[in-house]
Design a protein around this ligand. Structure first.
Ligand SMILES: *[C@@H]1O[C@H](CO)[C@@H](O)[C@H](O)[C@H]1NC(C)=O
Ligand SMILES: *[C@@H]1O[C@H](CO)[C@@H](O)[C@H](O)[C@H]1NC(C)=O
Length: 233
């Protein structure tokens, strides 16, 4: 193993629950970003029993960006369906996220009360992790993203605990970075891997590679549906 040490604990921007936390959202930012902006967005949703954990990716050279060093969950070579992928890096990053989930379980939040999510590269990692973990999750919210290592499925998800999980996938149809058609192909593939009855794909007209207030509102409703108060607050 070389490169950055993904087994080191991740630092994170955390929004504690206003009351006792009985559920958590772990949300992974996109390439070159940090967890701070997303933590602020989630704080604005004001759901009192949910804790938000927005970890910061470690810095590494990114091939797509001329090997510039920036926060990144794994290396990226290209952004279309046929690009080759950093298989070892994706698997290593997903192990790190599984360890982060395990840490929350030790802190007292069962994994089925943890919603995993992310934007762009972070959304891709959230889909890959949810499909390959044996930790039963509350669901996934995947924004402006794709399914990494799609050729390794369905074998890679053979032991997944999350074949019935609710998924909310969102994508702007004016996305110039991760093409909308890539998001739609991901939806098609995902629906063969998890129960399509629990799958929602939302299209945002005119939205580029970013989020919007309408999308955040849809995410709020998805969080309330998948992580309702459980009476222990
Ligand atoms: C990575 O970091 C962890 C925690 O700091 C340490 O225990 C481990 O030995 C490191 N692994 C490698 C391969 O450097
Ligand atoms: C997405 O890709 C299609 C072709 O597959 C292209 O026609 C379209 O312009 C692209 N959209 C954006 C926003 O780049």
């Amino acid at each position: 193993m070389c490169g950055n040490n993904m087994s080191a604990p991740l630092s994170a921007s955390i929004v504690p629950a206003a009351r006792k936390a009985t559920a958590a959202v772990i949300f992974l930012h996109g390439l070159g970003d940090s967890g701070h902006g997303w933590a602020e967005s989630f704080e604005g949703l004001r759901i009192q029993h949910v804790k938000y954990i927005c970890p910061h990716a470690p810095a590494m050279p990114v091939t797509l960006n001329m090997r510039m060093v920036m926060p990144s969950w794994f290396d990226i070579y290209g952004l279309d369906f046929s690009s080759s992928e950093d298989e070892a890096g994706i698997k290593r990053a997903s192990e790190t996220i599984k360890a982060l989930i395990e840490q929350e379980v030790k802190n007292g939040i069962p994994s089925h009360r943890i919603l995993l999510g992310g934007f762009s590269q972070g959304g891709a990692l959230s889909l890959y992790t949810a499909l390959t973990t044996q930790q039963k999750l509350a669901g996934v919210v995947a924004l402006s993203c794709w399914l990494p290592l799609h050729n390794t499925f369905p074998q890679a998800s053979a032991n997944s605990a999350n074949k019935d999980m609710p998924v909310l996938q969102c994508h702007g149809n004016a996305d110039p970075i991760v093409n909308y058609s890539f998001g739609k192909m991901t939806e098609g593939r995902m629906k063969t891997l998890v129960n399509p009855d629990n799958y929602t794909f939302n299209t945002y007209q005119g939205l580029a590679h970013s989020s919007s207030p309408k999308e955040m509102d849809d995410i709020k409703h998805f969080i309330l549906k998948t992580l309702p108060p459980d009476g222990n607050e």
